[in-house]
Ligand binder design. Structure first.
Ligand code: MTE
Length: 317
């Protein structure tokens, strides 16, 4: 197994603690100012939260050059709308993301349903620049804005029986036309993680990208980001999080278990049954640019390999 050395964050990118606190207070003040607003999303409206000037999180690696935003916004996988990556931008615009609530339940002490604004009151928003690797062998680099999923789950107080975390996406067939079609996937879209994966500090819930709110086609208003796993694990439009004793069935795993494993950790040595996972096409790198070598755990082995110390990485996927 290849363990990469930690990528360094240039000192110019490390925010000094006074600036950090000041920014955090600023965001809190702004959030307080919109408390009571009747629509969620108001938190991110103009002059409310300065998403572009958040503190860089511990996991923001400036050595990665972000993929041009127009590509990330217009080449999306959103099966509730369409199977066509270029069409979801237009089709997603009628999707209603306002107001938005998140239900947290299952094996927790504090189950409840919360407005997105109230959740953001309690979380520190930060920018994290992550590599994103799709199971279809393309990749991109995205500066996400969001917060640590683990911090949210801690507030719900997981019971010792909680071993898995299930995520459910919005079911809104009036505006998500492909949800009327049950021939391929079951709706709503469901994903899941083991509890230690969900609590890992790299795992985040994103509400924005490129210093702005998430575009609808990229999963507004709330999506999961797990940078060492294939992109299909990063469920968009999350409405429910349940802590469970047993692993639930997940959308892609149920559809084709031999192709989309539950773990879906990025691994160049385990091919997809229909193509190699050894390399990837970098979005934005141009048609003739050579492909990039795929890294074990998408380059995050140093942080996450210990989660899988008892598994043979040549076989599990
Ligand atoms: N979440 C939902 N709800 N519906 C989807 O179709 N597609 C997944 C994932 N999350 C998907 C989803 C897949 S296959 C990928 S590769 C990523 O979202 C794509 O994220 P992006 O479109 O923002 O690049």
């Amino acid at each position: 197994m290849i363990i990469k050395t930690q990528k360094e964050i240039p000192s110019s990118e490390i925010t000094d603690s006074a600036v950090f606190k000041e920014r955090r207070n600023l965001i809190k003040t702004m959030l307080t100012a919109v408390a009571g607003a009747s629509v969620s999303g108001a938190w991110a409206g103009e002059n409310k939260i300065d998403l572009a000037n958040l503190t860089k999180g511990d996991f923001s690696t400036a050595v990665f050059t972000p993929t041009p935003v127009e590509l990330v916004k217009n080449y999306t996988n959103y099966y509730e709308f369409t199977l066509n990556k270029e069409d979801s931008t237009k089709l997603a615009q009628k999707f209603v993301v306002d107001p938005w609530s998140l239900e947290i339940g299952g094996e927790v002490e504090n189950a409840g349903t919360y407005h997105l604004e109230d959740i953001l009151h309690q979380q520190t928003l930060e920018e994290r620049v992550y590599r994103f690797r799709c199971v279809e062998a393309w990749s991109m680099v995205v500066p996400w804005v969001g917060f640590s999923l683990g911090n949210l789950l801690k507030l719900a107080k997981p019971l010792s029986t909680a071993k898995f975390v299930k995520f459910t996406a919005m079911y809104q067939p009036e505006t998500m036309p492909n949800q009327r079609n049950h021939a391929m996937l079951d709706w709503p879209y469901v994903e899941a993680l083991r509890i230690d994966e969900a609590m890992h500090p790299l795992t985040m819930l994103a509400i924005g990208m490129y210093g702005d709110v998430l575009p609808k086609q990229n999963g507004a208003p709330l999506r999961l980001v797990v940078p060492w796993k294939y992109g299909f694990k990063c469920i968009k439009a999350v409405v429910k999080i349940e802590l469970l004793e047993n692993a639930p069935l997940t959308t892609w795993n149920k559809f084709a278990p031999a192709e989309y494993g539950f773990y879906a950790n990025v691994n160049p040595t385990v091919p997809h049954p229909r193509w190699s996972q050894n390399s990837e096409r970098e979005l934005g790198s141009g048609f003739f640019t050579s492909r990039r070598q795929t890294e074990l755990f998408n380059g995050y082995a140093e942080q996450v390999a210990s989660l899988y110390h008892d598994m043979d990485l040549r076989y599990f996927f």
